[in-house]
Design a protein around this ligand. Structure first.
Ligand code: CMC
Length: 432
């Protein structure tokens, strides 16, 4: 559909009222009915729980076509970025919607590399939290706490927001590694600015002050690929949360902290941890793959095939396709075998031949194979979602900055359909 071929308006007939609503067409031909004046004109609102039919913003950052399994950032296919780009370059692409010139990338890399250290006082926050606390909770707390170090009365200028963006991108690996080191009682490692983004993250995770640690380049490249694949995914639950919190005028750190909390849930980013736990339970003989799949089809079992299904993709998630083949490559290069990969492939095969999954168009999503790679890289299971958060950081920040600059921005404040009691009179407790 193009602006020329698309209908200009949609007609809505509501009782004896007839109104015309403008039609919008996106750059890739997707149509939307602009209902901004609907309530004023008719008194009615729309009803769309989960917002599956609602466009909440316009955006230049990411396009995805769920029917065709397409994901592009500012026009660049995810497959090309995964093969040829780096996480830092993708960060820039999301922030500016253009690939950087060499000089721009060099200066951006310099800036990100030189904001990696955290304020010493923030260490006390980690020390005050239980070691067994989930790292996603610790991570959300630490990112939220950054607001207290970089605060300012009133709204920040775009320049100040940009510096906050650099700080957050640069410090996120340090925060993530601190979450892990705190949980295992090891000393927190200062960043090494001579290493790449991914290699420095591995160094802070696995290095100790007692001996030299050089990150394996194969591991660092695999990690960089994982981060690229998670970098943005338009208006998913956590990104919508970041925009929503930002819509109230909250600062970048607070908005992103809320996004981290949204990501933690098992239906969103927490699925990567849940997938590995599911595969382990099958490996450990709790039930066979086939028995598990039967259970996943029963609604009242409370069991879902984790890492499968997607609100938007009704086809193979292109990120899952890349990760599936990366699993073989990375395990091969690291000389590892993992029976969990065989179980994952068996589950996928069963799903692809089972009418329940076929009819509902349920395919592997990004979380289905990513955990197997994280595991091969030595990342502990409960850190998987934190690594997703490191990857998603440029997406959250780009979307937050885009929202701030949007002339159509308004505080997010949906309506509801009230279904509770109608007016009644208060009675004192003695008389109830
Ligand atoms: N296992 C079994 N049944 C499923 C699954 C699954 N993984 N996913 C969806 N279904 C069924 C669901 O029961 C429903 O059946 P019916 O039409 O008979 O009621 C139908 O498929 C549609 O599902 P839905 O829950 O209405 O779809 P949704 O768009 O609201 O939810 C989802 C999308 C991703 C939350 C869901 O597919 C799911 O729970 N998947 C497992 C968790 C997961 O892997 N999450 C990661 C998502 S991708 C990366 C990310 O966002 O972090």
């Amino acid at each position: 559909m193009t602006n020329e071929t698309a209908p200009k308006t949609a007609r809505l007939s509501l009782g004896d009222q007839e109104i015309e609503l403008p039609v919008m067409v996106g750059a890739e031909g997707e149509m939307a009915i602009d209902i901004r004046k609907l309530r004023a004109q008719t008194g009615a609102v729309t009803f769309d729980p989960g917002l599956g039919n609602t466009g909440a913003c316009t955006s230049n950052i990411t396009f995805l076509d769920g029917e065709k399994g397409i994901l592009r950032h500012a026009g660049y296919p995810i497959e090309e970025l995964a093969n040829q780009s780096s996480f830092l370059e993708v960060m820039w692409l999301l922030l500016h919607q253009e690939l950087p010139l060499k000089t721009e990338l060099d200066s951006f890399t310099h800036d990100i590399t030189h904001h990696t250290m955290m304020h010493e006082d923030l260490k006390r926050l980690f020390a005050s939290l239980p070691k067994a606390g989930h790292p996603m909770a610790v991570c959300a707390a630490a990112v939220g706490a950054l607001s207290t170090f970089y605060q300012k009365e009133g709204p920040k200028t775009p320049e100040q927001n940009w510096i906050d963006a650099i700080r957050l991108l640069a410090k996120m690996p340090t925060i993530a590694a601190y979450c892990y080191k705190h949980s295992i009682g090891q000393p927190l490692m200062y960043p090494r600015n001579d290493l790449s983004y991914a290699a420095n993250l591995l160094y802070m995770m696995f290095g100790t002050p007692c001996e030299a640690y050089e990150p394996n380049p194969v591991t660092a490249r695999a990690l960089d690929l994982l981060l690229i694949l998670h970098a943005d995914h338009e208006q998913n639950c956590s990104t919508s949360t970041v925009r929503t919190v930002g819509s109230s005028g909250a600062n970048l750190f607070s908005s992103v902290s809320a996004g981290i909390s949204a990501l933690w849930g098992p239906l969103h980013g927490g699925a990567n941890q849940a997938v590995i736990e599911m595969l382990m339970s099958i490996r450990d003989g709790e039930r066979s793959a086939r028995e598990f799949m039967e259970l996943a089809k029963q609604k009242d079992s409370g069991v879902r095939l984790m890492g499968f299904g997607h609100r938007v993709y009704k086809n193979y998630d292109p990120r899952a396709k890349i990760l599936k083949s990366a699993c073989d490559d990375v395990l091969g290069q690291l000389g590892k075998r993992d029976p969990l990969l065989d179980i994952a492939q068996e589950l996928e095969q069963i799903a692809l031949e089972d009418s329940y999954f076929v009819e509902r168009k349920l395919y592997p999503n990004v979380d289905f194979y990513s955990g197997i790679i994280y595991k091969a890289l030595g990342i502990p299971t409960d850190m998987f979602t934190v690594f997703f958060a490191i990857g998603r950081m440029p997406g959250w920040i780009s979307q937050w900055l885009e929202f701030q600059a949007d002339p159509d921005k308004r505080i997010t404040r949906p309506r509801q359909i009230y279904t509770g009691a109608t007016p009644r009179s208060y009675q004192k407790v003695e008389g109830r």
